[in-house]
Design a binder for this molecule. Structure first.
Ligand SMILES: Nc1ncnc2c1ncn2[C@@H]1O[C@H](COP(=O)(O)OP(=O)(O)OP(=O)(O)O)[C@@H](O)[C@H]1O
Ligand SMILES: [Mg+2]
Length: 249
């Protein structure tokens, strides 16, 4: 991939070697200890380069679904394929490598409190062996874009919720992941920064990244008109407004 995420969009070049589906769930269920099924026999697939919203009320299973796709939570039953692999069948190191191809904005942020804002954001590049100067430059540029250029050396516990969320977003996109999963990414930030964040996601999408955003923000869902997967009580209730051919089956 070329170019810069914070610059205007350029033309997409499709990857002919990409798998037919990026994410495929076949009757996937997840039950937390002692609870009812948070996901119950969920089946759907996402095609490469799609942009999908996941909606549904509080407790519907959005976070559970994103964490399952992001390999942060094991499934109880069913079949899961992510970026062409069955995660269960992979040895630990390969699973970790697969996870590094996924950018994840957790609803609870999951920043490393002992690392500075800049170091948190640069971490995926460090894991990929990118040199110190380059990763500092890229991380600070992204942090400027999300309005945190003055907090590069702060530690996460000294930040507000919205500031932490922006750090988590910058960390998720910096490695230009093949799959980006964002759980309520605009939940704690104001509209202006929220639009900048959405532009970042759209820049990645334009470069070929498959994007999945869980959100309560109906205005966002309506204004962007991407396909929507609606969850209710751990079931896929509906799949709607498919204007880009994103959802497969
Ligand atoms: N760690 C956990 N242990 C037990 N039950 C859990 C846990 N996390 C979630 N649940 C339950 O699983 C169901 C789905 O929760 P989930 O967090 O996926 O919902 P959500 O759609 O993301 O909700 P919200 O919009 O509030 O973020 C809920 O009934 C919730 O109580
Ligand atoms: Mg949630």
């Amino acid at each position: 991939m070329s170019g810069n995420l914070t610059e205007p969009l350029s033309d997409t070049v499709p990857d002919p070697a990409a798998p037919a589906t990026v994410v495929a769930l076949d009757r996937v269920s997840v039950a937390y200890q002692g609870g009812e099924a948070a996901l119950d026999q969920v089946t759907f697939a996402l095609s490469p380069g799609s942009f999908t919203f996941v909606t549904g009320g509080s407790g519907a299973g959005k976070t559970t679904l994103l964490n399952v796709i992001g390999l942060a939570l094991p499934i109880s039953s069913g079949q899961l394929r992510v970026l062409g692999h069955d995660p269960k069948s992979l040895p630990r190191t390969e699973r970790a490598a697969l996870r590094r191809r996924i950018g994840m904005v957790f609803q609870d942020f999951r920043l490393l409190d002992h690392l500075s804002v800049l170091e948190n954001v640069a971490l995926p590049l460090r894991m990929d062996g990118v040199g110190d100067g380059k990763r500092r430059a890229q991380a600070s540029e992204l942090l400027e874009w999300v309005g945190l250029g003055d907090r590069l050396n702060s530690l996460p516990p000294t930040l507000s919720g919205g500031q932490k969320q922006r750090v988590a977003i910058a960390r998720a996109v910096i490695g230009r992941p093949q799959l980006l999963l964002a759980d309520e990414p605009t939940g704690s930030i104001d509209d202006e920064i929220g639009m900048r964040v959405i532009r970042l996601f759209q820049a990645l999408h334009h470069e070929g990244t498959t994007v999945v955003i869980a959100t309560h923000n109906h205005h966002l869902v309506r204004s962007l008109q991407y396909p929507t997967l609606h969850l209710a009580h751990g079931h896929v209730h509906s799949i709607g407004a498919d204007n880009s051919g994103g959802l497969g089956n």
